[in-house]
Design a protein around this ligand. Structure first.
Ligand code: IFM
Length: 436
């Protein structure tokens, strides 16, 4: 596989999944409470995770040894502002300052995401993403971080995967705060975008460059041609794939989904749409899988349920479908983003890897990654301005509700000893990166 010279090859992680919140002076987040309430596998949490807060230098060495151009990491809001607003924790900013300088010293471009799900518990206690004040709180935090790091960041993303922040966490209940409540979910579906718009504008006014957001998309297909199945898949696509991008690029919400959510919106929501449409400089796409949808027979929104599909699956049961990535890159370019630069900001697969004296043979993951890089390059060949690919993830880590059971890393982590072992997928990427 030949990667164009100007195509960015990167790897990604997120703060709560790797750093270890017991190190440094990190405040509590709603993931700590969600785990304590049994929301995660065996109640596991991010207290220690990969102890990256202590091992960050050797972790950056592993990225450098892989020959990557770029590293996408996230900043932990509770490390910067333990209560979410007000008093800044200098140790938190110092940590990311060292990290960014460490990346630059190794010739790796730092791409920061401001919010990758670790909401300070103090803000969760005030309604979290349901409270319209979240936009103001998030903007204060965004400016605090970028004021310190912005001069050295290659790109800044406001929020990772708004669908997970909102629908997955407040309607499906799978992520913190674990709600299953349509009014709550509806509020968050608007507030998250308003927070993104307000913070983007404030950062741009402060002179920061290369501002974007990271959306996840899932290829949604109906289980059959029956109108009810087709409607279930279409609404899933509307909530998951169209809601956020349509608001950001066109300043409106999809007309098939809006009537179900609008009754629960803040009254002034329409006045906030222009700010939500604040221009961005790039868009990140996280892509993993496709899903199949059937009528759930309840006669109630959102009318559908996911059913198992026939394709090969990851250890999390996610169908492997690289064509979906090419499809979304083409669809984004054609229907929404035009000439806006796109990046695949996450892609990877969960496997129950076995470590032996010979290391970790994860050929299945290596093939998954290669096929998705190829899908990305196909879209680029078709004229889509997709400028990079970031593999998820640098190392095995805390996979949210699945705890440490599911491994996505290209580097194996022994969570007892914190020993890192590069897997064969790391070697494969190293070769690809070397042969450019
Ligand atoms: O681990 C997550 C990441 O935090 C966000 N995107 C999907 C990954 C795999 O589930």
């Amino acid at each position: 596989m030949k990667i164009p010279n100007d195509f960015v090859m990167g790897v990604a992680t997120a703060a709560y999944q790797i750093e270890g919140t017991s190190f440094g002076k990190c405040g509590p987040s709603h993931w700590d409470s969600f785990a304590a309430k049994g929301g995660t596998f065996q109640g596991q949490n991010g207290d220690i995770a990969c102890a990256h807060y202590e091992h960050w230098q050797s972790d950056l060495d592993l990225i450098q040894q892989g020959g990557f151009d770029a590293y996408r990491f996230s900043v932990a809001w509770p490390r910067i502002l333990a209560d979410g607003t007000g008093q800044v924790t200098p140790e938190g900013l110092d940590f990311y300052d060292r990290l960014v300088d460490g990346l630059l010293a190794r010739g790796i471009a730092p791409h920061a995401t401001l919010y990758h799900w670790d909401l300070p518990q103090a803000l969760a206690d005030h309604g979290g993403w349901e409270n319209p004040d979240i936009a103001k709180w998030f903007t204060e935090y965004a400016l605090t971080v970028t004021d310190r790091l912005g001069d050295r960041l290659e790109s800044i993303a406001t929020i990772n995967e708004p669908w997970c922040v909102t629908w997955l966490s407040h309607f499906l209940g799978h992520h913190a705060p674990g709600k299953t409540d349509l009014p709550a979910a509806s509020k968050t579906m608007h507030n998250v975008l308003y927070a993104h718009g307000l913070a983007t504008q404030a950062m741009r006014d402060a002179g920061h460059k290369n501002l974007g957001i990271v959306l996840n998309m899932e290829y949604a297909q109906p289980a059959s041609d029956k109108p009810a199945d087709v409607k279930a898949a279409q609404l899933y696509d509307g909530i998951y794939n169209r809601w956020f991008i349509e608001a950001i690029t066109k300043g409106r919400y999809p007309s098939d989904v809006l009537p179900y959510l609008e009754p629960h919106f803040p009254t002034s929501w329409q006045d906030q749409m222009p700010l939500i449409q604040t221009p961005i400089d790039w868009l990140g796409l996280n892509y993993y899988t496709r899903s199949i949808h059937a009528d759930d027979g309840t006669g109630q929104f959102p009318f559908g349920k996911s059913v198992a599909g026939p394709l090969n699956k990851t250890s999390m049961g996610w169908e492997i479908y690289p064509d979906g990535l090419e499809y979304f890159l083409n669809r984004l370019h054609k229907d929404y983003t035009g000439d806006l630069p796109l990046f695949v900001t996450e892609n990877g697969m969960a496997l129950h890897d076995q470590i032996s004296a010979n290391g970790v043979d994860d050929t299945t993951r290596a093939t998954y990654i290669q096929n998705h890089i190829q899908a990305t390059l196909n879209a680029r060949k078709n004229g889509v301005p997709v400028n990079g690919y970031f593999a998820w993830s640098v190392m095995d880590n805390f996979e949210w509700a699945f705890g440490y059971e599911e491994r996505f890393g290209i580097v194996h982590v022994d969570f007892e000893t914190q020993i890192r072992t590069p897997k064969s997928s790391h070697k494969m990427l190293q070769e690809i990166n070397k042969n450019r």
